[in-house]
Design a binder for this molecule. Sequence first.
Ligand code: PMP
Length: 296
Amino acid sequence: MALIPFDKRDGKIWFNNEIINWKDAKLHVLSHGLHYGSCVFEGLRVYDGDIFKLDEHTERLFYSANRMGIKIPYTKNQINEASIEIVKTQKVLNGYVRPVVWRGSEMMAISAQKNTTYTAIATWDWGKYFDPKLLAEGIRLMTANWRRPHPNSIPWDTKAAGLYMICTLSKHEAESKGFNDALMLDQQGHIAEATGANIFFQDKNGELHTPIPDSFLDGITRRCIIEIAISKKVKVHERKILPEEMSNFEGCFLTGTAAEVTPVSQIDNYKFRITDLIKNLSETYLNLVRKRKEVA
Ligand code: PMP
């Protein structure tokens, strides 16, 4: 099946407080957001017609914008309502929601004090982030050459567009070498995260280890999985983790709105198995997002 590019699809997009035709949701080539990365966004999932953790994502959108000095000209409530409205208009039952905020064209140099802020929310049907066939066997990662930026070099705890340059570079490199994604280290060489998801490891005692989010996004899914694990009396260690420690771990998985719980079978030469705990956390998460009762 030929893929329809995102700018050629039919439907509606919420754009500056109006519902407009999908194909008309455009920005000019001379937009500050495009040239200078003054753009923040969010990624949410819709399950059975409901947006999962809408409040948390809207909160983070405003946090990201604020950290970038961008003032969103709507209230959080308006963005929540607009997100719900566009999901209904588009009749998305299981899919993705992408709010995006960017600076316009009044000034086209570094300073953007007078620029208009644009806000749009698009939504579409969507399945798994990684090929579902891979989910059963676990994805393979390679360590990226690019590292997460030092926390004093960029607003690292946001979903700002500019932070994704190195993620795309790293993911492309990994894919060109036959891997599915890249593992990124922080400035000191500790394990940080994947290119669009957080990472967890399981040790031989069934305890979980995950890096402290001090130079990368503290994912909403990450926090949710920590809560689920604790409720199941599984110990979670948030700490600095060195790459060499991977030889001691039995299991590994990624978490993210898009990635959900994705088992990892290999990072460089380290191999992991899909443990019962990983399967159980994944199942519990998928029950939670669909508001289904826990089976086991
Ligand atoms: N890290 C990065 C770089 C991401 O893009 C994402 C996806 N938003 C995550 C982590 C996971 O965050 P969340 O669970 O909030 O989707």
